[in-house]
Design a protein around this ligand. Structure first.
Ligand SMILES: [Zn+2]
Length: 427
């Protein structure tokens, strides 16, 4: 297979003079003439380093990752979109502002690169550089400018001093190389990464990168070993990509029913647009199923909402305007109100979607079905309430095993437009 811009056999960094991508065979460094500005530059060789190895057993490593997953807070995550890039990214959707958006991103990258290069490489400076590099490289890659994306990633690799940060960059080089069809380069970049990291976000990235390479090679069984056969088998962050990789691998192995179920799980947990985009960006054996499963799923959701509406209309729905009212009309004094709110606030997926602080919101609430007023009888009727956070508002629907004495949630779903988040069994 021919080398692509992601080849591991060449150096590709940004020109110090004009910032154009500069590619050279001199892995050890040397003089290079920029074909864009004509400047002759001395480029440093690729840093040689020993791959970090984790020296604890796999069971202990997984226990540590699971503990991190339980305590995971997206607001404190290492990998997140820097605020400063958001206005420019928003400009990409409109063809009229797209060029300005890309230029804005490039300039922001230039700014952080200069700040860190000037010796300000404090930890926050490095973290910021890592975040900006990953987002800007991804944006250029999606815009079709792979050469620039590669140069940004390899430039970041040369600047970042933290081995884990560099491994995160390498994981993105693996993903980009797979997308470009350069599996040899992907394998070479992956070989430099510690395959058994102890940090959750890095482990997630390593698993995704490895599974993408395995999927591209048609090694479907290996994909399932890497990302787990089912959600929850392995400590992975609540992201849509592992679902896509799993569904593709299952379909590739001929287990079409399991692949369909995996797509349904993704539709239950993420915005439908996000799921559609993921399957489009990362196609595979389950791509043929996505349209059919999505249509069937939407029909099912609409039907259940319709049934709920009919029950509600015919029965007891209370119009609550104050939390005090909620505690009488909706069994709040039995602890269901506070239990539901507590679970909702604890679950990272619902917390992320609504945005803290999460509080009750004005809207129809109460239990549906016969005996709405008498729902302290231990009935298992669904109970609904509106909630809101700093980012969105939605509706929760819960069922409890007992509505008097000690209350246990049986189901707990948050409805946000098309999206339903199971906050009771929050992943
Ligand atoms: Zn140049």
């Amino acid at each position: 297979m021919a080398d692509t811009v992601y080849s591991h056999r060449v150096r590709s960094v940004e020109c110090e003079n004009c910032r154009a991508p500069l590619t050279s065979n001199a892995l050890e460094g040397g003089q290079v003439t920029c074909s864009f500005c004509g400047a002759t530059l001395q480029i440093a060789g690729r840093r040689r380093e020993h791959r970090e190895e984790t020296r604890i057993g796999e069971a202990d490593r997984l226990a540590g990752l699971n503990a991190q997953l339980k305590a995971f807070n997206a607001k404190q995550a290492l990998l997140q979109d820097p605020e400063v890039l958001r206005p420019f990214r928003a400009m990409l959707a409109d063809p009229a502002t797209r060029a300005a958006g890309l230029e804005g991103l490039r300039q922001e990258w230039e700014k952080v690169r200069r700040a860190v290069g000037a010796g300000g490489a404090a930890t926050e400076g490095e973290t910021h550089l890592l975040r900006v590099a990953l987002v800007v490289a991804l944006t250029f890659r999606e815009a079709g400018d792979d050469a620039r994306a590669r140069a940004i990633l390899e430039t970041a690799l040369g600047v970042l001093s933290d081995g884990e940060h560099r491994d995160l960059v390498r994981c993105r080089l693996v993903q980009a190389a797979v997308r470009a069809g350069d599996l040899e380069a992907a394998e070479a970049w992956l070989a430099e990464v510690n395959g058994r990291p102890i940090k959750l976000e890095l482990d997630h990235e390593v698993r995704v990168a490895r599974a993408m390479l395995e999927l591209a090679r048609g090694e479907h069984r290996k994909v399932l070993e890497t990302v787990g056969r089912r959600r929850g088998d392995l400590p992975l962050l609540p992201r849509v990509r592992p679902h896509a990789l799993r569904a593709h691998a299952l379909a590739g192995l001929g287990d079409v029913e399991a692949a369909r179920q995996e797509i349904e799980v993704a539709l239950m947990s993420f915005l439908h647009a996000e799921v559609a985009e993921e399957w489009k960006l990362c196609p595979g054996p389950s791509t043929a199923l996505i349209g059919e499963v999505t249509t069937k799923y939407k029909r099912g959701v609409r039907l259940s909402l319709l049934v709920l509406g009919a029950i509600v209309g015919a029965s007891c729905f209370g119009q609550c305007l104050t939390p005090a009212c909620l505690s009488t009309v909706t069994c709040g004094d039995d602890g269901l109100y506070s239990l539901a709110m507590q679970r909702l606030r604890e679950c990272p997926a619902s917390r992320d979607a609504l945005g803290a602080p999460i509080v009750w919101a004005v809207g129809p609430s109460g239990c549906s079905g016969k005996g709405g007023v008498g729902c302290k009888d231990g009935c298992q009727l669904p109970w609904t309430m509106h909630v809101k956070g700093s980012k969105a508002r939605g509706r929760i629907r819960v069922r409890a095993s007992r509505w008097t004495g000690k209350v246990t949630l049986v189901t707990g779903d948050l409805y946000l437009g098309d999206r339903i988040i199971n906050f009771k069994d929050c992943p």
